[in-house]
Ligand binder design. Structure first.
Ligand code: DMJ
Length: 665
């Protein structure tokens, strides 16, 4: 819905609007000086017309909500505590009655930020510092003694992006002064990397605060021993104190494919910042092993043994344990400019289209199925909500973070890019239909898409989608709003914002806990009201609310930043490999510059050189700092050494060296 139509506005308002402006305008049309007709130049007459028009628009903007009060305002739509469930459901899907058309994007952002603040303050009051929060009973739990900062670290960058400075300061203080990763407990390598390491690195990226980077370095060092297996594929868990790696108890000791292949953005970025290639090298090695394994059409089974590098079983899917393998192929290419990953992503996308994407009956919704027995077996219509990250990633990779209108003018744009973008749009619609298919307006954890016209029936309002009662829970997951954010940013089509808003309104209504207790996951989206569970997931704060909030902000620059799989934004680095450290570059540049002195130069913007220089100096100084910390120096001493290095480079580094190091000379 792009704008109001007169049809949707109550008759009372229409009459008033039609009559009032006319008489007001007529009055003003009289000559300014009684009796003396003045012929105004054309310019003035035009100007007066535009002034009046502007006045009308302003009046309409402020008066509209009052006369349209039968159309609920956003406040009543979203905060509808006293509305009956039936009334709420009746207006949830109508943009003119769910607050969509009556609120500006800024007002919507404020609503979403309120939801975040409410969740955050409930957590602060009842569970501060704990890793798990049970909002209904006001309970909480540490995952390991003393905690991992699961909720606080995961929320840092959302606090920063929403401009909640005071809360960020409190969170920072806790992270730096209370949180320790020197804990004698096993943690999941993947979850700790994407949530904690990713959260710290993103906080560093957004704030430039070295305290976050130091914490990230400490954690990165504690995670590294997990990669010391026969193949280099990390074990599922690691003891953060002893560094003893631990294979999964389940699944015959196999690790999840998605888990071992979704650590690379974080580990490589840590290498990039610190100048220590160990993190990125370890993560890259995993990809080299996976690359050697048999694959069909770029698709991989969801389990892999860390000791042998063999696949376990054939189950192939884009849902749990398979999902972010594909996401990180695209994102490693985009973040570090590595064309190997571009090719692998292209191959995988072709495989996904060929083996997994089908359409439903009767409404021809595109969906992504599963292959329990691999590519030679039969496809099922089961689709986890987790798969809904895929359309966003397809759109992002297809346009390389550009808006579609700009990307279409690029020399590399082909018909297959158009097809891929169309697929992303179709899949996004199907994910939205997973929400539309239920009476509550929320998606289940798993849905079944109907491929067979003779299929007997459905448990939802939409015949194409059915839901098993055991799969009807909702864990506050982000994947659909993530894709809506990507599709909105890339295509600029208003419908994606409208869908996001509808989902937000349903979440706000059903997930909110009584007495400002926070927000919780749900037991069944097939019931009204959906019975509430008692758990607030950290990705509610890290991902779901962040993507919703950003969807209503000014267009995000996806060419500059990339979101890790936990929605932590990291900078796009460009052409870079783990071993290619700043120090090496600077050393190489010094040698080269001696050899090529006197060669012709390009004219380069001095501001550009200054930016490059500062970036290089900061990185080189950080490397020195990391080395000092690695040699056992305390933080104060390491900071002194870091500053000394910065001062030295500021004095000595020449523009030529800078350009050479950046590959621009
Ligand atoms: C998040 O922790 C990450 O997005 C992960 O990749 C899988 N999904 C959960 C949230 O649903």
């Amino acid at each position: 819905m792009s704008s109001f139509s007169m049809q949707g506005i109550p008759a009372r308002y229409r009459t008033r609007r039609d009559s009032e402006p006319k008489s007001w305008y007529a009055k003003k049309e009289r000559p300014f000086y009684g009796g003396v007709p003045r012929i105004r130049p054309k310019f003035y007459r035009r100007r007066r017309f535009f002034v009046l028009l502007g006045f009308f628009i302003i009046v309409a903007y402020f008066v509209l909500p009052y006369f349209g009060h039968k159309t609920p305002t956003a406040a009543t739509a979203v905060d509808a505590g006293d509305d009956s469930d039936e009334t709420f459901i009746a207006r949830l899907r109508d943009p003119r009655r769910n607050g969509y058309t009556s609120l500006t994007p800024t007002q919507k952002q404020a609503k979403i930020r309120d939801t975040f603040s409410q969740s955050w303050s409930a957590y602060k009051v009842s569970a501060w510092g704990k890793d798990e929060f049970y909002p209904r009973t006001k309970g909480s739990r540490f995952m390991v003694d003393g905690g991992l900062g699961w909720i606080i670290v995961d929320s840092l960058d959302t606090l920063a992006l929403m401009g909640l400075k005071d809360e960020l300061a409190i969170a920072r203080d806790w992270v730096i002064n209370t949180l320790t990763y020197d804990t004698d407990h096993d943690v999941n390598v993947f979850e700790t990397t994407i949530r904690m390491l990713g959260g710290l690195l993103s906080a560093y990226h957004l704030t430039n605060d070295n305290a976050y980077l130091n914490k990230a370095l400490d954690l990165g060092n504690r995670l590294l021993p997990a990669y010391k297996t026969a193949t280099g594929i990390p074990t599922a868990s690691i003891n953060l104190h002893s560094g003893v790696p631990l294979e999964s108890h389940d699944d015959g000791g196999a690790s999840s494919t998605a888990e071992v292949t979704s650590l690379q953005l974080e580990m490589k970025y840590l290498s990039y910042l610190s100048g220590n290639a160990a993190y990125g090298d370890a993560a890259e090695r995993v990809m080299e092993v996976v690359r050697q394994r048999p694959q069909t059409g770029g698709l991989v089974p969801i389990f892999i043994y860390p000791e042998t590098g063999e696949w376990r079983g054939h189950l192939t899917r884009l849902g749990s344990r398979g999902d972010s393998y594909y996401e990180y192929l695209a994102k490693q290419w985009l973040m570090f400019g590595d064309e190997t990953y571009e090719q692998e992503w292209d191959t995988a996308l072709a495989g996904i289209k060929h083996y997994l994407v089908r359409q439903t009956e009767p409404n021809k919704l595109s969906f992504v199925g599963e292959l329990p027995d691999g590519v030679d077996g039969l496809l099922t219509g089961k689709m986890d909500h987790l798969v809904c990250f895929l359309p966003g990633t397809i759109a992002l990779a297809t346009t390389r973070g550009k808006t579609a209108s700009r990307a279409r003018h690029e020399a590399w744009w082909t018909r297959s890019h158009d097809e891929n973008l169309a697929l992303a749009e179709e899949l996004t619609r199907s994910c939205f239909e997973m929400y539309n298919a239920t009476v509550s307006g929320l998606a289940p954890e798993i849905a079944y898409f109907r491929m067979d016209p003779a299929h007997p029936g459905t448990t939802t309002d939409l015949p194409d989608i059915s839901i098993e009662p055991a799969d009807a829970h909702n864990l506050m997951r982000p994947e659909t709003v993530e894709s809506l954010f990507m599709l909105w940013t890339i295509t600029g089509e208003e419908k994606y914002r409208q869908w996001s808003w509808q989902i937000y309104v349903a979440m706000e209504r059903w997930m909110r806990v009584a007495d400002d207790g926070g927000y919780t996951s749900l037991d069944s989206v097939l019931q009204i009201p959906p019975p509430q569970r008692d758990n607030m997931e950290s990705f509610w704060l890290a991902e779901t609310l962040k993507y919703l909030y950003l969807t209503f902000g000014s267009p995000y620059n996806l060419e500059k930043e990339i979101f890790n799989t936990e929605a932590h934004p990291l900078p796009i680095i460009g052409n870079w490999r783990p071993k290619d450290t700043t120090a090496d570059k600077l050393a190489g540049a010094a040698v080269d510059s001696a050899e090529t002195a006197g060669s012709s130069r390009k004219v380069v913007d001095p501001e550009h050189i200054r930016e490059l220089k500062m970036k290089q100096i900061r990185r080189a100084a950080l490397e020195v700092r990391a080395r000092a910390l690695g040699q056992g120096k305390n933080a104060k001493e390491a900071s002194r050494i870091q500053k000394q290095k910065m001062d030295e480079l500021l004095k000595t580094l020449t523009d030529e060296e800078v350009l050479r190091a950046a590959g621009e000379l």
